[in-house]
Design a protein around this ligand. Structure first.
Ligand SMILES: [Zn+2]
Ligand SMILES: [Zn+2]
Length: 277
């Protein structure tokens, strides 16, 4: 917890891709879908609203009388938004959230989040969330100064689009790049976006064998590619992320060891852990 005394840190609330996968054999790396908290002093940034955001909401409500946070969405596949209706602080008047996401056609982030909370999908509409919201469109290759943080965006290779976010503060950078599929060569755009980062959180859903057996075009990468991108971008710390729901802790630990052998310090992201660059 010494990390938490530092001004800039990241905490994993959900590390699992595609579908929550809670069971005794996934306890160590976690079963909740993507949600990442980044702190810049007392400013709260939340990346994605997978099922991990429920517990983050409880924690923020205990910590602050009035919760202020910036939520940034990579894209709107279920695993990145299905925790949002269970984000408790959103229902309380007096809390305030700035919401960033890429529009889809004529629909902005507000309409897209409202869509998943409409009948017949969910009984409680977005309008029942009584916190104050402001909604912002965002797209690739943007630089946004939000409070003390500078946030840069880049496009990822993912069916229906997705964004990567690079958050910079005090000469350090954390890059969140999930979900993305690699081709036959390194994604130069992503390598440039992650260049010199202190932390890279990268989609490592598959093994090479899994990718080759019918999963091409689904929008995800392998842990081998994660290592290559981190090496090319000269990243200081790589976290493998978006763990495959079927992967148990033991199998993930094997992957973690193999990756760390090639790139020392590499870790598979674990739910509930904090890291300060
Ligand atoms: Zn995903
Ligand atoms: Zn996705």
């Amino acid at each position: 917890m010494t990390e938490r005394k530092r001004p800039f840190w990241v905490r994993f609330w959900g590390t699992r891709g595609s579908l929550p996968a809670p069971r005794p054999t996934t306890n160590r790396y976690g079963g909740n879908t993507p949600c990442i908290e980044v702190r810049v002093h007392d400013e709260v940034f939340i990346f994605d609203a997978g099922s991990g955001i429920r517990a983050l909401g409880d924690k923020l409500s205990r910590e602050f009388n009035a919760v202020r946070a910036t939520l940034l969405f990579t894209h709107y596949h279920w695993d990145h938004i299905h925790g949002f209706p269970f984000f408790g602080p959103a229902f309380r008047p007096g809390n305030r959230f700035a919401m960033y996401g890429e529009p889809r056609g004529s629909r902005n982030v507000r309409e897209i989040l409202g869509g998943q909370m409409a009948m017949p999908y969910f009984p409680v509409p977005l309008e029942a969330m009584r916190a104050e919201f402001e909604f912002h469109d965002v797209g690739p290759k943007m630089s946004l100064q939000i409070g003390k943080a500078l946030i840069r965006t880049e496009a990822l290779n993912h069916p229906g689009r997705a964004l990567s976010y690079r958050i910079e503060f005090g000469g350090k950078a954390i890059v969140y790049a999930s979900d993305t599929e690699h081709g036959n060569k390194l994604d130069a755009r992503l390598v440039a976006h992650a260049a010199g980062a202190d932390v890279l959180i990268y989609d490592a859903a598959y093994t090479e064998e899994e990718l080759a057996s019918g999963r091409k075009g689904w929008g995800h990468s392998t842990w081998n590619e994660a290592v290559k991108v981190a090496q090319a971008a000269k990243v200081k710390k790589l976290f493998l992320f978006h763990h495959e729901p079927a992967r148990d802790d033991r199998a993930l630990a094997v992957i973690e060891r193999k990756a760390a052998k090639i790139l020392p310090g590499t870790a598979a992201a674990r739910e509930g852990t904090t890291y300060a660059p």
